[in-house]
Design a protein around this ligand. Structure first.
Ligand code: NAP
Length: 233
């Protein structure tokens, strides 16, 4: 039996990932920073709620202690993320990007990923086939931003945070060769994160997350993938 934790799984791509992994037979811990939203989502899916705010050390360590006491963890999906849109649903553009705004996004998207990794690495190390999926973004690609005319995004903080997630993926993959650790790009998906402007369904967005959560010890590590294959850094 594979035991899987998905952060930020009370809605959006994380919820759909939880739904599909429950259907695939995983024991899923559905991470939610809000117990009410989380318990409704977990009950709907037949998952186990774990209250977990990725920006809060105590919340993360309490969640790790609980899952360790229950028997451990095989798969960690670092999905919780924020884009930080304006009140009218627009992207915060470069001119309006402040240090505080950048810090808020990094706290969830980057430091949150590291906080959760640090707490759960000892559990993953005891799994026979440990896997980590870091949910990144196509906007993370520095080569894309630098040279592709198709790369159009008026803001700074969100792509920069996801580029950092990708570096975190590569360096943890090198440091822990027994764990399969990859970044994934779900594609532009209709969720609250982007004020529901995305063009894909959550089923389409979750496809690569679910696939990379199910790789075995012969699978890739230190890579960056969309549903269509490897992506350039
Ligand atoms: P979403 O529907 O807004 O879901 C985001 C989830 O993250 C929610 O469950 C949210 O919880 C949770 N979250 C936010 N801050 C958190 C915190 N501090 N601690 C714990 N959970 C927290 O967005 P989504 O589109 O599904 O995003 C999921 C992931 O996919 C993100 O990492 C995002 O960057 C990535 N992504 C999305 C797209 C896209 O087009 N949608 C494209 C590329 C990558 P609350 O309900 O409590 O806010």
């Amino acid at each position: 039996m594979t035991t899987t934790l998905i952060t930020g799984a009370n809605k959006g791509i994380g919820f759909e990932t939880a739904r599909q992994l429950v259907a695939a037979g995983h024991t899923v811990y559905l991470g939610s920073r809000d117990s009410g939203r989380g318990s409704r989502a977990a009950a709907e899916l037949g998952a186990r709620l774990v209250v977990l705010d990725v920006t809060d050390d105590e919340s993360v360590s309490t969640a790790a202690a609980r899952i360790e006491a229950d028997g451990g963890l095989d798969v960690l999906v670092n999905n919780a993320g924020i884009e930080g849109r304006t009140a009218d649903g627009g992207v915060v553009n470069a001119a309006d990007t402040t240090g505080d705004f950048m810090r808020t996004l990094f706290d969830t998207n980057v430091f949150g990923t590291v906080r959760v990794l640090h707490a759960f690495l000892p559990l993953l190390a005891r799994s026979p086939a440990p896997v980590v999926v870091n949910v990144s973004s196509g906007l993370a690609s520095i080569s894309g931003a630098a040279s592709s005319p198709a790369y159009v995004y008026p803001g700074v903080a969100y792509p920069a945070s996801k580029s950092s997630v990708n570096m975190v993926t590569v360096l943890y993959a090198k440091a822990f060769p027994n764990i399969r650790i990859n970044s994934v790009e779900p594609g532009y998906t209709k969720t609250d994160l982007n004020a529901n402007t995305g063009t894909q369904t959550v089923e389409e967005g979750a496809e690569i997350v679910v696939r990379m959560a199910q790789i075995d010890s012969t699978g890739p590590t230190g890579g960056f993938f969309s549903a269509h294959g490897p992506l350039p850094w």
